[in-house]
Design a binder for this molecule. Structure first.
Ligand SMILES: C[S@@+](CC[C@H](N)C(=O)[O-])C[C@H]1O[C@@H](n2cnc3c(N)ncnc32)[C@H](O)[C@@H]1O
Length: 316
């Protein structure tokens, strides 16, 4: 059998089709077949049980509205009072029983204030992440980098993971702990920590799954940030980031002020890599495999639809 990969394969334009056919015939006469194999980056990306993750995983809905503890410790009025203590909230929240709150930012944006945004993001990348863990996060140790008020940490904890979330803003850790208390779960812990202080020492070891969501483009050095993320992960990283829309492998630098709870924690340069720039960095860091999570629906935030944001599932 002759195996020919898609890169080394002869260019098959209209003119060369006849040539391909005659080669096929010739090989066939001598007992060989021409077979194309896929060399795209996700060729080895299968879960422990051998599932091919490039195939579409089953849809998974976020746990929403959020459940509430059964002992009645937080009444609707108490929840409202606690939420009112903070001017800014990055996500819109909704709890069982109908209590809900909208997002509030210092610089409101039609993009980030949309209440559906985290739910759409969940439906976009979480099915792939869960599939990579053989269908369940139960018992997995999950790290949520830059957890904000804990939306992703809480979802993972409700799905049975043991979660640590950290953020550089103290009021966001308070918000995260408030939501944890309203729900009444114990399998998630929140910590005040700067990204660059993240280490197996500062976070009690490494994690099965590391969520690097919405943080890369608030940092000055994406290559170092991805290397540090790798240090924390035993198996899988989910990366979700704003990207610079270019076909080239580039990094666009911008200046960012810490004017909002969704922004960098201190003033300075932040970096937006292009998608190809991300791919090149993942290759440089020598990850085992990765693929960009495909968009399966148009029910997605505008920045994803316009290719200004994307997500990758990375095998460490
Ligand atoms: C756009 S929000 C993303 C929140 C969440 N990870 C998500 O994807 O929905 C960016 C978060 O990064 C946090 N952050 C910014 N700079 C940080 C740093 N140096 N270390 C840790 N967290 C940081 C912010 O406080 C904010 O919560």
């Amino acid at each position: 059998m002759v195996v020919c990969d898609s890169e080394r394969r002869l260019k098959i334009g209209e003119g060369s089709l006849v040539f391909k056919k005659s080669i096929q015939k010739l090989l066939h006469r001598y007992g060989y077949e021409l077979k194309k194999i896929d060399i795209s980056s996700n060729k080895n990306f299968s879960s422990k049980k051998g599932r091919d993750l490039s195939l579409t995983p089953p849809p998974i809905e976020p746990i929403w509205p959020l459940p509430r503890r059964s002992d009645g410790l937080f009444s609707d009025e108490e929840i409202c009072r606690e939420f009112a203590k903070y001017d800014l909230w990055h996500y819109a929240y909704k709890f069982e029983g109908g209590v809900s709150f909208s997002a509030h930012h210092n610089n409101p944006g039609s993009l980030t204030d949309v209440p559906e945004r985290p739910l759409q993001r969940f439906k976009h990348f979480m099915p792939y992440l869960i599939e990579s863990q053989d269908g369940s996060l139960k018992g997995k140790r999950v790290l949520d980098i830059a957890c904000n008020s804990g939306f992703w940490s809480i979802q993972c904890a409700l799905l049975g993971a043991e979660v640590v979330g950290f953020d550089a803003r103290a009021e966001l850790i308070e918000q995260s702990n408030l939501i944890k208390s309203i729900i009444g779960i114990n399998n998630v812990n929140f910590k005040l920590l700067d990204f660059w202080e993240m280490s197996p020492q500062s976070l009690d070891g490494t994690f099965d799954v590391v969520l690097n969501l919405g943080i890369l483009y608030h940092l000055p050095n994406p290559l170092e940030a991805l290397k540090l993320t790798k240090l924390m992960a035993r198996k899988t990283i989910l990366l979700d980031t704003g990207v610079y829309p270019s076909k080239d492998s580039v990094i666009k630098l911008k200046w960012e002020e810490p004017t909002d709870i969704r922004a960098a924690n201190s003033a300075g340069i932040v970096a937006y890599p292009s998608k190809n720039g991300i791919d090149l960095m993942l290759r440089h860091i020598n990850f085992e495999d990765w693929f960009e999570v495909p968009m399966r629906t148009s029910d997605m935030p505008k920045d994803y639809l316009e290719h200004r944001r994307a997500s990758w599932l990375i095998k460490v």
